[in-house]
Design a protein around this ligand. Structure first.
Ligand code: DWN
Length: 385
């Protein structure tokens, strides 16, 4: 049974950037979050249909940071090292091909429902299915390509309406002895960092190792190993194989100690989220000068809409993504411009909408003399270097 523990209020679609003409018809929903006592899975109570989110002009490019480009290169290298250069890989949620491009065109197949990206990777020479991941698509892919040694999926399974159904479909395309490798932001890190901004419409679920393990078992898999990753503020890479066997997963013990299986842990998190909102508003109202935001992220859409932060507190957002520039952020309508258009000479503070890339941003903005503001792990003012 799902028990509600958090209400982040009225929220827009996080990756739907707007022109002024779109303001009047903007869609909102109530972002409430619950915990399932049986599977231990954290999920949004009101979920948005995938077709409304993963549209044909979806704006987020996985290769929009050096951090993630390096990450996917490393992931591909790890897979080749473990499984050999001839490994046959199916990637689910291939976005702009940043992972795929590290494999031979005849060794890797992709699934990507956003047609702008599917077209891109098809043109790069990788067979890409522009459909949502389902059991019937799994059967079709298997029929046309045979089964795979590895299914890789990063920041994607937690975007699906049912993680369990996604695993069942993966079971169908994997060879016996094949391996599922999935990466998702970790609930453990979300709790540790009070990173409530990982909760938005595109993440109908946030996975812990505990809930992943429970769902995998039910779908006929066993977790073989898990690695903690730094990306996206703390993620997991989980390795799972078909069948029922035992492996010692240290992360599961760590989560038990931290109480990720208990509702009360999430109730305490909700209290911290409310405090975070008060503190962040206090900082932004108190600093004076000109504050802007770095990175028009899906995450910052949650923060701005939950905390009521609009262009009276954040003058504009800079982002390198062409599709976001010249538009307005969802809900609170802060203008988004390119870094080249922005002049930081009169900027005193930069809010880290993309706090997960702090190192990369600091490196790029060495000449910025003001301070950064972040809300993770708690609202705080940081020096620029
Ligand atoms: O799961 C998801 C993750 C992986 O990506 C999706 N549901 C949506 C998206 O979430 P996000 O928007 O919170 O992701 P990022 O990777 O934190 O977005 C960073 C944004 O900041 C991009 O639009 C690029 C931009 N950026 C920039 O303008 N200058 C990033 C860096 C590092 C920069 O220097």
């Amino acid at each position: 049974m799902m028990k509600k523990f958090l209400d982040l209020g009225r929220q827009p679609i996080a990756n739907a950037y707007l022109t002024k003409e779109d303001f009047a018809n903007e869609f909102f929903y109530n972002l409430e979050v619950g915990f399932d006592e049986e599977t231990k899975l954290v999920s949004l109570i009101n979920q948005i249909k995938p077709e409304k989110m993963f549209v044909d002009d979806y704006p987020y490019h996985s290769s929009s940071s050096s951090t993630m480009k390096n990450h996917f290169k490393e992931a591909a290298q790890t897979i080749k090292t473990i499984f050999g250069n001839d490994v046959r890989v199916l990637e689910i949620g291939s976005n702009d091909g940043v992972f795929l491009k590290n494999f031979d065109k005849n060794k890797a197949v992709a699934v990507e429902p956003c047609k702008n990206f599917a077209q891109m990777t098809n043109e790069m020479g990788y067979r890409t299915y522009d459909e949502f991941w389902t059991e019937s698509l799994a059967e079709k892919i298997c029929g046309e390509n045979g089964s795979f040694d590895v299914v890789y999926s990063a920041n994607c399974l937690c975007h699906m309406p049912s993680v369990f159904d996604a695993y069942k479909a993966i079971f169908k395309v994997l060879k016996s002895g094949g391996t599922l490798i999935s990466e998702c932001p970790s609930m453990f890190s979300v709790l540790k960092n009070t990173a409530y901004d990982q909760l938005y419409n595109e993440h109908p679920h946030l996975l812990s190792l505990t809930s992943t393990n429970n769902l995998l078992k039910e779908a006929g898999f066993s977790m073989i190993n898990s690695t903690d990753l730094e990306c996206h503020g703390g993620s997991y890479r989980v390795f799972a194989g078909k069948g029922n066997y035992f492996a010692q997963i240290d992360g599961l013990d760590k989560e038990k100690l931290a109480g990720l299986h208990e509702f009360s842990t999430y109730e305490r998190f909700a209290q911290k989220v409310e405090k975070s909102k008060t503190l962040l508003r206090g900082i932004l109202e108190g600093v004076g000068g000109k504050t802007i935001s770095y990175g028009a992220t899906a995450k910052s859409s949650t923060v701005f809409n939950y905390c009521g932060i609009d262009s009276s507190l954040i003058s504009y957002i800079v982002d390198t993504t062409k599709e976001k520039q010249g538009k307005f952020s969802p809900g609170v309508h802060i203008p988004i411009i390119s870094r080249e258009e922005a002049n930081f000479d009169d900027v005193s503070h930069i809010f880290l909408g993309a706090w997960n890339y702090l190192k990369e941003i600091r490196e790029k903005e060495k000449t910025f003399n003001g301070n950064f503001i972040t809300h993770v792990p708690f609202p705080n003012i940081l020096p620029s270097a």
